[in-house]
Design a protein around this ligand. Structure first.
Ligand code: ACM
Length: 269
């Protein structure tokens, strides 16, 4: 058994120091074994170009991951958070998993959404599953729009994930249909950390873009039922206890097993 927490808050675009301070305050003293923060939570979301992202993107030695390492050590927790990553010429919409001992693993978003395609390189890490260092729990990571591609969650589940952590910046409500389905069809827990607030930007075309993030962060059980949900427009921390071992039995009655019954010989993917 372990405690997992999803942190919903309202980052401000262009104010990294302020966002990091908010994260520091939210996580200080939080007693949980695994903490999931939203997508791009240190910078805000609405970038317009690669050049713009490059001015704030960081690698694993940057200040964002520096703070997350400190918090992971102090809280003895695995922390998973979205950030803008730079590697050479490329910038990625990434999530970092920071272990209490200071090690990190990075996932780069595979399925970019909307104007992200103008700003980030498509992820090249593939779908990896990490082990919680202190509990018997295998954790897969996907980011936001990856939910629309069931292959992402399936790949993580087939690789042994008991829980899928999903840092998100969701701007429609459709995911409330899709994310629980990802839990149900794979018999895994799914933890969605969404954000709140509205970001307004002037586009190069002189049009205005206003994106409102839909909150409602949630943790789903192995049948897709919500164990906890946040409100649409309020900073919140959801904490629940889960038993990851239950996710390893893929049967759902005496005759059916989700994985053994698969028919890859019939599928075209
Ligand atoms: C999204 O992928 N941020 C909707």
């Amino acid at each position: 058994m372990l405690q997992i927490s999803v942190v919903q808050f309202t980052p401000t675009w262009g104010h990294k120091a302020q966002n990091l301070e908010q994260i520091r305050q939210l996580l200080t003293g939080l007693r949980s074994d695994m903490v999931i923060l939203p997508e791009l939570c240190t910078t805000g979301y609405s970038f317009l170009s690669k050049e713009e992202v490059r001015t704030v993107a960081e690698d694993a030695s940057g200040q964002s991951i520096g703070l997350l390492k400190k918090l992971a050590r102090e809280n003895n927790a695995l922390i998973i958070a979205g950030f803008a990553e730079i590697e050479g010429e490329n910038v990625y919409n990434s999530a970092v998993a920071v272990f209490p001992g200071g090690d990190t693993t990075i996932y780069r978003k595979s399925h970019l959404f909307y104007r992200e395609k103008l700003c980030f390189a498509p992820g090249n890490t593939g779908f990896t599953v990490i082990k919680h260092p202190l509990h018997d729990c295998n954790v897969g990571i996907m980011i936001c729009n990856d939910w629309r591609y069931p292959e992402a969650a399936r790949s993580l589940a087939l690789a042994g994930a008991d829980i899928i952590a999903c840092p998100s910046n969701l701007v429609t409500n459709l995911w409330t249909i899709g994310m629980p389905a990802r839990a149900l069809e794979n018999k895994v827990y799914v933890a969605v950390a969404n954000r709140c607030g509205t970001e307004e930007r002037d586009l190069p075309s002189n049009e205005k873009q206003a994106l409102t993030f839909k909150g409602c962060s949630a943790i789903y059980d192995l049948t897709g039922l919500a164990l906890a949900t946040a409100r649409e427009n309020e900073d919140a921390i959801l904490t629940v206890e889960i038993d990851p071992v239950l996710a390893r039995d893929k049967s759902f009655n005496d005759f059916n097993d989700l994985f053994n019954d698969r028919r890859p010989d019939l599928y075209r993917i």
